[in-house]
Structure formats: structure tokens, C-alpha cells
Ligand binder design. Structure first.
Ligand SMILES: [Mg+2]
Length: 349
């Protein structure tokens, strides 16, 4: 088994590991990168045995490969770069004020206890099927469509209003990771588009942006399930095809409903995704292995995949470190990604 190389890319103020590996700009870097497998294995095993994995912040399994990708992306320039991000547990914290952070779907309270309970019953039935390792993906896809459509039906039947969404977000335990705002500001300044893919609800995600960040970003588009309200603010329908966990990828841009016209410049004029299709370098941010599929609709030249491993760290680290180029552990901040993007956009390397 190839073992992950632990490496620091986060700024010192955010680095909690007792292991002090130098940054990529250090003249000593090559020494550390070429540490023998035995030494790395020894460090790795000791950390596992001592259950100290939780203390490390970031894992890069193949630093040389990552460096090559970084150099290619930097050389191609910012006009070729796009960011594709998952929302829940990626842009938002897994833990929020000591409690498990809510998801954009999970925070919704219809203001109708009967229907909230009905949606919970659907969750209790379908969620185990979603994560079951024994159900083939085609079957799961059908089940997920069933689940999403039943849930959307309940939201309409139960009389969801936009006011209930606003109240749900105001009452929710949800917040963005530290550094997300600065990351978005930097990307906006560089004209780098960000596509947020979510199997949740676009209207809720946008309300979270409004209430938690109090601002919009002209470079950000949310591709998710979008609601249609009548003049009284009551939900009457969903627009476009249902986006669920197994079809959440750049093909979804084509089937998604027009982007909300009251949020930044998300005016629906580019719903076919042309604003990202010619950007063949991708920085992908996700917190689940399935999030890697978000770039499936793009024939990319380079992709750096960053994974946030929020729970079950010791059990999942091997899979994550093999699937993602960089893995941040323990509900890390977004500062490491901010530094990475700064590097990718630098012209002085
Ligand atoms: Mg997620």
C-alpha cells in the first residue's frame, strides 16, 4: 500500500500538527519529500497507533504529482481555471458552535409539523439505501429520484413558503468555513468562475449566502434544485430536472433551471454553462468521494481535487487520500485552499 505523505500547506496559524513539515517553497522541501517510505510508514503507523491522526490537518499522497498539476495550471493562466464546489460540509462547517452543522436540505422547517415528520420518514427509509454498499448504482439512482421527487412533492403539498425558508435559515445551525469569504473575493477579483453543485435546494443555499455573508459574488453560480413560488410566496413547482446525489455533475448545468435572477448577476443568461466549458483546468472541492463526479461533464486537462474529510477519519483516510490530491482533516478551514488558489494564480513562480 502506498502511504500518504503528511505535509503542511496551511498557514502556521492554522496548523495544529506536531509534525513540522516545511512548505513547498522551502529549500529543504526535497529532503522531506524524499523521506524514505520506511520513515513515512513509521510516522504514519505511530500516528495511527497513537490515534493522533486527528491532530494532522492535511494529507497529500503524491506531492510531486500535485506540484506538476499546480505548475500546469499556473502556466495556463487564470482564464483556463474554474472552481467546482460542493456546498454542504465543503463550503460549510461540519461542526458549528459545538453541534453538527445542518445541511441546506436538513435545516428546512416547513412550519408544518406533519410534513416535517413525513419528510423525516422518507429520510429514515431512503438514506440507508443511499449509503448501502450492496445496491448497484443504477438502482440507487432510481431510488434517489424517487426520494427527491417525493420530498419535493411534500414541500409543495405541505404549503412551503419563502418566508419559512428565510426563518429556517435564520434559525439554522449552519456557517461557512473560515476563509470562504476571502477565497470567493479572491476568485471574483481574478474573474475565476465558481460553480456550486448541490443536490439540495438552490433557494436555500442562496438564502444562506444572503443571511450569513450578506453579499453576493458575480462569479458564483449555484446549480441545484430550484423552486418556483407564486405571488403569495407559496411553493408551486420545481424548475428543471431533479438533481440528486448521483447526477450532480457538470451535465447538471444543462438540465438545471435558469439561475436565480435576484442573486448577483446570476441571470439565467448562461444556463447552458458556456461560461465554464472552455475552462479546462479545474479546482474541485468536495467532502464526499461522490463529489469527484462533479467534473464528469468537463473534458479537463488538469484537475486538483481537494477533499474535506470531516468524520470517520481513520476509516476513510486511505480512500480519500487515493481519490483526492489534497485531503483536509477535522473540519479544517478554507485557508489552505485560499493559499493553493493564490499559488495557482501567481505569476511569480
Ligand atoms: Mg457535501
Amino acid at each position: 500500500m502506498k502511504l500518504p505523505l503528511l505535509r503542511r500547506t496551511a498557514p502556521l496559524s492554522h496548523w495544529k500538527s506536531p509534525l513540522s513539515f516545511p512548505s513547498s517553497t522551502s529549500p529543504h522541501r526535497h529532503f522531506f519529500v524524499s523521506l524514505s517510505r520506511a520513515v513515512v510508514r513509521s510516522l504514519y503507523q505511530r500516528r495511527c497507533l497513537c490515534s493522533k491522526m486527528a491532530m494532522s490537518q492535511v494529507v497529500v499522497r503524491e506531492p510531486d504529482l500535485l506540484d506538476r498539476k499546480k505548475a500546469s495550471i499556473r502556466n495556463a493562466g487564470t482564464s483556463k481555471l474554474q472552481v467546482i464546489a460542493d456546498f454542504d460540509g465543503t463550503l460549510t462547517k461540519y461542526w458549528c458552535n459545538g453541534a453538527r452543522g445542518q445541511t441546506s436540505h436538513g435545516l428546512l422547517q416547513q412550519g408544518n409539523a406533519e410534513y416535517d415528520a413525513k419528510r423525516q420518514m422518507l429520510y429514515d427509509y431512503y438514506h440507508p439505501l443511499e449509503i448501502s454498499p450492496s445496491i448497484p448504482i443504477e438502482e440507487k439512482t432510481k431510488l434517489m429520484e424517487e426520494w427527491w421527487e417525493k420530498t419535493h412533492g411534500l414541500l409543495i403539498e405541505g404549503g412551503l413558503t419563502y418566508d419559512a425558508i428565510k426563518k429556517s435559515v435564520a434559525d439554522a445551525t449552519i456557517s461557512f468555513r473560515d476563509g470562504v469569504v476571502q477565497l470567493f473575493e479572491f476568485l471574483e477579483e481574478k474573474d475565476i468562475p465558481v460553480v456550486i453543485f448541490s443536490a439540495g435546494l438552490a433557494d436555500i443555499i442562496e438564502e444562506v449566502f444572503r443571511q450569513k455573508l450578506h453579499r453576493s459574488f458575480k462569479n458564483i453560480k449555484v446549480v441545484s434544485n430550484r423552486m418556483q413560488f407564486d405571488e403569495r410566496g407559496c411553493l408551486v413547482a420545481f424548475k428543471g430536472k431533479t438533481i440528486h446525489v448521483f447526477n450532480k455533475n457538470e451535465h447538471a448545468i444543462d438540465m438545471a433551471a435558469p439561475i436565480h435572477d435576484e442573486f448577483g448577476n446570476l441571470d439565467g443568461s448562461d444556463v447552458n454553462g458556456t461560461f465554464v466549458k472552455d475552462r479546462t483546468n479545474i479546482l474541485l472541492l468536495g467532502d464526499g468521494l461522490g463529489d469527484l463526479g462533479m467534473s464528469d461533464g468537463v473534458s479537463f486537462e488538469n484537475r486538483i481535487a481537494v477533499g474535506f474529510l470531516n468524520s470517520n477519519i481513520e476509516k476513510s483516510l486511505k480512500d480519500y487520500s487515493e481519490a483526492f490530491d489534497i485531503v483536509y482533516l477535522n473540519d479544517a478551514s478554507m485557508w489552505g485552499v485560499f493559499n493553493l488558489v493564490s499559488e495557482l494564480c501567481s505569476t511569480n513562480q
